[in-house]
Write a protein that binds this ligand. Sequence first.
Ligand SMILES: CC(C)(COP(=O)(O)OP(=O)(O)OC[C@H]1O[C@@H](n2cnc3c(N)ncnc32)[C@H](O)[C@@H]1OP(=O)(O)O)[C@@H](O)C(=O)NCCC(=O)NCCS
Length: 167
Amino acid sequence: MPGPHDIRQLPADRESLASLIALHHLCLPSRLYATPQQQAAFLDEVLDALAGRESLVLASFADASPVAYKIAYRTGNRHETLYSWLGGVHPSHRGRGHARALLLCQHQLASAMGVTQVETHVWGDNTAMLVLNLRQGFHVAGTVAGPDKPGVRVILRKSLVAPTLPR
Ligand SMILES: CC(C)(COP(=O)(O)OP(=O)(O)OC[C@H]1O[C@@H](n2cnc3c(N)ncnc32)[C@H](O)[C@@H]1OP(=O)(O)O)[C@@H](O)C(=O)NCCC(=O)NCCS
């Protein structure tokens, strides 16, 4: 695992995901005012989405508690893609390298799984997440209109394999 961060891979079970989804609601301004019922429904949605899929759930811990997380699953016709779905760092722990360390760890483990690319979708106004990803080798592959709010989500992809032909 890169850096001094305490990064752990967690099972995609209700107990682990409940703590990470609680953290998710503290990380995203849009989630801060979700009711307990909405939070519970989102946990069920995440559990449903990961059920039957090969997933990669990572968290970075400080003082025995998760302060950052990254939730991904394998997809694609040939199972070649890791879709990095949810991620964030608790506001009090930002700027300490948790997000970069989690990203690097995710890519290391994804390579070991045999995945050849990572894809993630980021809202166009989410500067921190865009810069984090672009500085770690993602490129813009397109945009999609968001279903739930105005604006676009930027499709970012990063190849995990070295190019074999000159460009
Ligand atoms: C994006 C986010 C994960 C960054 O977390 P972090 O722990 O502060 O990031 P790190 O300390 O690991 O920073 C790594 C790099 O990311 C980039 N970065 C982080 N915050 C940034 C900001 N506010 N503006 C621009 N770039 C930023 C920088 O390149 C930084 O490297 P540098 O410090 O050498 O310049 C955090 O701001 C966050 O949780 N945002 C809300 C969650 C979210 O939007 N999730 C997406 C939807 S699921």
